[in-house]
Ligand binder design. Sequence first.
Ligand code: DNO
Length: 352
Amino acid sequence: MKMSFRWYGETDPISLEYIRQIPNMRSVVSAVYDVKPGEVWPEESLAKLKEQVESNGLLFDIVESVPVPEGIKLGTERAAGLTEVYCENIRRCAKYGIKCITYNFMPVFDWTRTQLDKKAEDGSTSLVMYWEQLKGLDPLKDDIHLPGWDASYSQSEVRELISAYSAIGEEGLWKNLECFLKKIIPVAEECGIRMAIHPDDPPYPVFGIPRIITNENNLDRLLSIVNSEANSLCLCTGSLGCAEFNDIPRMVRKYSAMNRIAFMHIRQVQLMEDGSFEERGHISKCGSLDMYEIVKALVETGFDGYVRPDHGRMIWGESGKPGYGLYDRALGAAYINGLFEACEKGNKHNEK
Ligand code: DNO
């Protein structure tokens, strides 16, 4: 496995010097953040990122994300042109050494949470989603400002988008994803890049907006659209894992054995009885996901893709981008390294 760490570029309060000091750190996961979805990434920006990362003794070979514009997801008349731009971005990334690109196909919003700094008993804070706080909200009537939602849309734009997605429904979204994949995967193959789709977070419809990258059946369907290792998963344990119907170790084993996981996001969540969830410290004891079983599944299937500790809590007085502080993600990386070492040595021992 290739250990990696997300870095938001020069505005990230965490320096590459610090990231480099995390044991076994290899790759920096980043992106060109100052270009809008649907526009071409300037080569100078990619060259600069590569130079910054490499001068700190790390590799820049994985991108998260090249965002997919709404026009592609909605299949508007602009979709074909926007897909061309997307393909150009894949080619440019390849030119600067990128091997894996993460993206998602979530309508309008990326992840959904109701609070980003919920205090736990030990004083740490983390992201949570409490159904209680969402109940009764109607995005078509109420002004909704959930933390972390894209503030670049006005409330009326959000309403229009939600109506447009409700009109196309899940099957419409599938059709547009299929069209997109059939165009981009051959380009990715040609450039030696693996596209890694991030699951919907959480993996079910929110406010009636369709969501499709949610469960095993749908992941099977997605992978069969183009049967190629360039059409792979970013398997995010925390996103898929906040629904009880997803058995994460089983899914990891299955898709890793098929060599269709390009990137693992390792995040811990605690599921609550009513479907709400809290993000927690990475170790198995802290939440609903058995991290040992997850890593064991990876090791036993010979996984050699990228791994990153996903969302950490804020601890030790740190403040910063919710989910993306240094300390708890570094603890997560150390823990994940430990699980890999133990599972790899155990595996060799069993083979003898
Ligand atoms: C949350 C992340 C996601 C992810 C995108 C990928 O912190 O896991 O925002 O980067 O969904 O496109």
